[in-house]
Design a protein around this ligand. Structure first.
Ligand code: SAH
Length: 260
């Protein structure tokens, strides 16, 4: 094999936005990298850990330019690792949550390249925390589902009616574009239009904007407020608790004492 023994790829989660939400392990990996491939959602503050001589390659998928095709990214990772370099693939949130990290890992393993995975705080969890939503507050939900707002084709679209019936908190990634469709299907599946819902845009960054509303009003509110991607939608009664915290902390504390 031509691969130098030192060459390897680290698939690293950069966290949701705030560079302080990077793990210590991620910071150490960035500091060790010869080459860093960065996604567009990754805050450039995370690169403060990089060596000054590290090569940083932007493989962002938005920002006005054409997206960098996934195959190109994978070829680049393979080439750099085979040249004996320590390559950090820095991905937003967690590399294995809706980030195509699994596909990148498979492509690297197919070329016999050593891959290390460093998890990150996924934006769904961070967005909920940013508005103080306890995703699995046992008084409201027995669990949480992380789901994408669109499948990679119509056939793989989530079964929203089925998800509605679980009674679990729903955390929806990439959900803004199809929000009207999604919320209508959740309501068709039995969720009440009055179910609490929130949208958090650019969570944990200086640009964070959030809004708490109901499932029935979520899509219209997003349009009216001009909210957009990147955003997380949270749907379920746990969101109501956060609203109480935000708007009337005293009332929430009293309700907790009564419940306790
Ligand atoms: N691997 C990432 C998700 C990549 S998919 C993670 O674990 O977070 C991209 C989607 O993630 C966006 O469309 C948006 O839904 C969500 N997202 C990423 N960063 C976000 C942020 N700071 N605030 C809100 N949503 C975010």
């Amino acid at each position: 094999m031509s691969a130098d023994s030192k060459g390897r790829v680290l698939l690293v989660g950069a966290g949701p936005g705030d560079p302080e939400l990077l793990t210590l392990k991620a910071a150490r990996a960035i500091a060790a990298a010869d080459v860093i491939l960065v996604d567009d959602l990754v805050d450039r503050g995370t690169l403060a850990h990089a060596r000054t001589d590290a090569r940083v390659i932007d493989v962002g998928k938005r920002g006005g330019c054409q997206s960098t095709p996934q195959e190109f990214i994978e070829r680049l990772l393979v080439r750099e690792a085979q040249a004996g370099r320590v390559v950090v693939r820095l991905k937003g949130g967690d590399p294995f949550v809706f980030g195509r990290g699994g596909e990148e890992r498979d492509a690297l393993l197919a070329h016999g390249i050593e891959v290390e995975i460093i998890p990150g705080i996924t934006s769904g969890m961070a967005a909920a925390a940013a508005i103080a939503v306890p995703l699995t507050d046992r008084r409201h939900a027995q669990g949480v589902i992380f789901v994408t707002g669109h499948g990679h084709d119509a056939e793989h679209e989530p079964d929203w009616e089925l998800l509605a019936r679980t009674g679990l908190t729903l955390v929806i990634y990439m959900g803004v574009a199809r929000c009207a469709h999604t919320t209508a299907r959740l309501i068709a599946g039995g969720l009440l239009p009055t179910t609490a819902a929130a949208v958090i845009q650019s969570a944990t960054t200086a640009q964070q904007r959030s809004h708490v509303t109901t499932l029935g009003n979520l899509a219209a509110d997003i349009v009216a407020l001009g909210l957009g991607s990147p955003a997380i939608l949270v749907i379920g009664d746990v969101v109501r608790a956060a609203q109480a915290v935000q708007e009337n902390p005293g009332a929430f504390a009293a309700a907790q004492m009564r419940a306790g």
